[in-house]
Design a protein around this ligand. Structure first.
Ligand SMILES: [Mg+2]
Length: 369
């Protein structure tokens, strides 16, 4: 069985409003739809990533550089393919783009392997769990929203079947964010998970002040608490000073970056993202290393892919979703995806990543024509 066709379709969907996190604003949702085929007619398909600035460049690297190198190869050569393609990141320029292209292709190969074996990817990798606790990313900053609007938003997530929320902080002074979190926790009660994500928006001192201010709010973890330039020492300081669990890893491109977070004592939870950090192949290496340090695994976005990785290891935690308004692709592109219900999501038993898509949606939002 050899790969005889590879294709990528870029999609971009404008959002109905702009979403503000601690350090950014988002007004559209982008993704890549990858399709592979083998010479005996097997077809695989995933959508992956949310690259907004360099989407066309990632596509160009896939079609011009990577696809020609996998045509004629066996999907089961996935590790050899990974090693060969990773060498293309050695020149300094365009590494982030190349890692996204490699990551997407690697994940598409694992999808194909699953479909070939007739197994969902989490079983192909060796299932450790068959259901997970889904959370939703919310608590965005919004003009005029107020704490009442926040509470209404979070209550809606509980009713939608999520186990918890990952809440945006880091975009206001700590005292303001502390008040937002305290009021929401008091309103929703203690049985709904709340994690806080600063998106690197605080200094170390601000992060410690925030964490101390929410110390009795049962915060599940504090994600990317400090600015980008002081990650390892800064997050270690936050952990030591507050006792709050710290999560990071979504900004890393590879196992070495994650290794430094783990061995530097910076994190309790790694949320490495397969769409950036080398696909399924590299994510599994990252998780194996983390396990030796008692570090749990989360995943940044991509719930339909991430749930397979998280379920393939006993250290895997919560797949994370967006609302339909923040992520119209997740809401309307896949046909019949597994849905959160009563605080759980059950892994699908369909082969590969099990993703089938709405063709009309693809034709409407593709940006390559
Ligand atoms: Mg995050």
């Amino acid at each position: 069985m050899r790969i005889d066709h590879a294709e990528v379709i870029p999609l971009a969907v404008p959002l109905s409003r702009t979403f503000y996190g601690g350090t950014y604003a988002i007004d559209r949702r982008c993704t890549l739809l990858l399709r592979l085929r083998t010479d005996d007619g097997l077809r695989g398909q995933i959508y992956i990533g949310d690259e907004r600035d360099a989407q066309a460049e990632v596509c160009r690297q896939l079609t011009q550089t990577l696809f020609p190198r996998i045509l004629g190869r066996r999907p089961s050569d996935v590790t050899a393919i990974w090693e060969a393609l990773f060498r293309l990141t050695l020149p300094a320029r365009g590494r982030r783009v190349m890692m996204q292209a490699l990551s997407a292709l690697d994940a598409a190969l694992w999808d194909l392997l699953g479909r070939q074996a007739g197994l969902p990817v989490f079983r192909l990798l060796g299932a450790a769990q068959t259901r997970l606790r889904p959370i939703v990313i919310g608590g965005y900053y919004e003009e005029g929203k107020g704490v009442e609007g926040l509470i209404e938003e979070i209550e809606g997530y509980r009713q939608a079947g999520y186990a918890g929320v990952k809440f945006k902080v880091g975009g206001q002074p700590p005292a303001v964010d502390i008040e937002r979190v305290r009021r929401v926790r008091a309103a929703v009660g203690d049985d709904f998970l709340i994690a806080c994500d600063a998106n690197m928006g605080y200094s170390v001192e601000e992060a410690i002040a925030f964490a101390r201010g929410v110390a009795d709010c049962h915060i599940a973890w504090f994600e990317e608490p400090v600015h980008w330039y002081d990650q390892v020492r800064g997050m270690r300081a936050v952990r030591a000073a507050t006792g709050l669990r710290v999560a990071a890893g979504q900004s890393e491109l590879h196992r070495w970056g994650c290794r430094d977070l783990v061995e530097g004592g910076a994190v309790d939870i790694l949320n490495a993202d397969l769409s950036l950090a080398g696909g399924v192949t590299e994510w599994r290496r990252i998780a194996a290393h983390a396990a030796a340090y008692g570090v749990r695994m989360a995943h940044h976005e991509e719930p339909l892919l991430a749930m397979h990785l998280l379920a393939s290891t006993p250290q895997g935690l919560y797949p994370e979703y967006f609302s339909a308004e923040r992520d119209p692709i997740g809401a309307f592109l896949p046909l019949d995806p597994p849905r959160p219900q009563d605080g759980w999501v059950t892994l699908p038993e369909t082969p590969g990543f099990g993703i089938e898509v709405d063709e009309a949606f693809v034709q409407r939002y593709r940006v390559d024509r």
